[in-house]
Design a binder for this molecule. Sequence first.
Ligand code: ATP
Ligand code: MG
Length: 721
Amino acid sequence: AAFADAPYLQCLNDEQRAAVLATEGPVLVLAGAGTGKTRALTTRLAHLLFAGKARPWQILAVTFTNKAAREMKERVGALIGQGRGGVEGMQWLGTFHSIGAQILRRHAELVGLRPSFAIIDADDQARLAKQAIEAAGLDEKRWTGRGLAAMIDGWKNRGLTPDKVPASEAHHFADGRAIALYAAYQARLKTLNAADFGDLLVHNLTIFQNRPDVLADYQNRFRYMLVDEYQDTNVAQYLWLRLLAQKHRNICCVGDDDQSIYGWRGAEVENILRFEKDFPGATVIRLERNYRSTPAILAAASGLISANRARLGKTLWTEREDGEPVRLRGVWDGEEEARVVADDIEAEQMKGRPLSDMAVLVRASFQMRAFEERFNAIGVPYKVVGGPRFYEREETRDALAYLRLIRSADDDLSFERVVNKPRRGLGEKALQTLHRIARDAGVSLAAAGRLALETDDLTAAARKALARFLDDLDRWARDARDMPPADIAELVLEESGYIDMWKTSKSAQADSKLDNLKELVQAASEFDALEGYLDHVALVSELNESSVDGQVWLMTLHAAKGLEFPVVFLPGWEEGIFPSQRALDEKGEAALEEERRLAYVGVTRAKESCRISFAANRQIFGRWQNAIPSRFIDELPEDAVDVVSEPGLYGAAARNFARRSAFDGARIDEDAYYDNPGWRRARAAKARAARPPLIEGRAATVSVSAPGKSRFSVGQRVFHQ
Ligand code: ATP
Ligand code: MG
């Protein structure tokens, strides 16, 4: 090919180069972790532009996270430069959600929305679902809003609008009325001029179906389509891709079936198999050389994933030198785990490793707290990704509600949220009056407010407060027309008294909330229009997903997909945490295999060092439990793993370790093993009580008396705070 010696192709291997140069027709790259799929995809994007195959706005590129989208932009920018003809023109590079939202904004009226529609989050979604259940007169205790919202999500993941849901699927929920509730929920969203996450794509599908001309327009536009992390697409996303690709058929998907970790959100690995069927003659390329990790890490990951039966199977090899073995460490409890990890991080830092080279990847976000506390205590800066989403925090949601109201005063969800926040004397009662007027007149709450001012349904004080609030909204909306989003945000948060509310608050979290508000305003400064900013915030999990050198990463395994770090910590490998209790409760192997793929994703994030840990005691939702090491630990090949045990592992946990060959090195004190619940409780209480007075460098003995047993010591460990 003419471009075979282009400089950007030199840093690829033959198979990767083939994936880049096979520009015409469908291509599927199926390969294991760290084999350079994303690199090949990025280079393909650059190549398409460089070779003049397409203009930037004629390429659709789907990444799984916003972070990945930004990284791809950066990499392409470095390869082909900035400017309209370069990376800046790449307006269709983003996540399924962000691209779906963009398309929907352009055609909102085709599904009964206005272009200014709000994107609601899981919380609002559950609230609306609950309202639908109430309105239908169903037992709200029995049928929860969350339950209904989850069902609706499930249908949306499969691209099903209420009229398309098979009747047979509704029987077990709400006396068979689930589909009607789904329809009511959609009608309510329409009135509110709002869309949930699932709608972003489902509405796209509806538009494409009803308006062949619109579909044809996009089909013509997208000459080339690129999809990363293809194994995690759900049916709706698949249908969306298939429709859009039909004209040019130049679609390149890259993925790894072993990294499919979103089955619980409707992702279907079968999409990989369907690809070859739906796109006959597709070029399938396999990459086998791993460039990311040391042989020990690869061996651990391969050994682990080989326990899964449902896989396509593939080989991985590397030319890298042997590195350190995967380190496996048992500790006393979650607190100790956080301390040990933090110590390791500090030790690495002393050796000159930047903090941002290290990541702690947890299975569930509740695990983060112990690490955050420890990092705070010893002053290690860290960056949380994918925990409680930034925009799910109270202050973020409040601030956004203000901004949404400015965009559209008819946004009832937002109106309700901030009409009395800070307190304006417009409490529950006033709101009920507004709701009644709104219902009777068939108008929004803001409009009902204006009507209420003409009546004496409200007290004089409430009327005055309401008049002022409505005036404020008007004025802000006028101001907003020619102000950058950051200035609007600042103005509104100041003038509404919202900032003051937190400044005078005695809440322990007030300071961090004020910081978050600052970050929110700061992030707005990157946008020219309020619209773009609001979409951005609704769709990202963090405003600032990039870390500077001075921060350790702390994130969930799900959020870590596609990323890599020199040093990775994987804490909490215990039955019930990882694999999760939910997966263990489920019948059949599917859920467990998904957990195992998640473990595989975790291990393969590491380039040089992977450190797995588990605790003998774990406090879950306030209760202490004896933890059993994860079955995944057993599945790690012995010669790739080095066991580091703490002198402090006794009792039931030690017994458990002893049963496992991986744990030959652990010191075991048989005497300390009593399978007695009373003793366990006593030990837990004692261990808790013994903690506070521990002083740096001092040895402390934690001892307990077990009922009916002689007094003994459970361990002597050196604590430091
Ligand atoms: P994952 O499955 O985790 O998403 P991936 O297959 O997308 O992994 P990449 O992230 O693209 O893999 O690449 C893994 C690492 O290997 C990156 O650091 C990348 O820069 C490097 N790499 C990829 N291809 C090559 C190559 N041909 N030569 C040298 N390094 C490479
Ligand atoms: Mg990748």
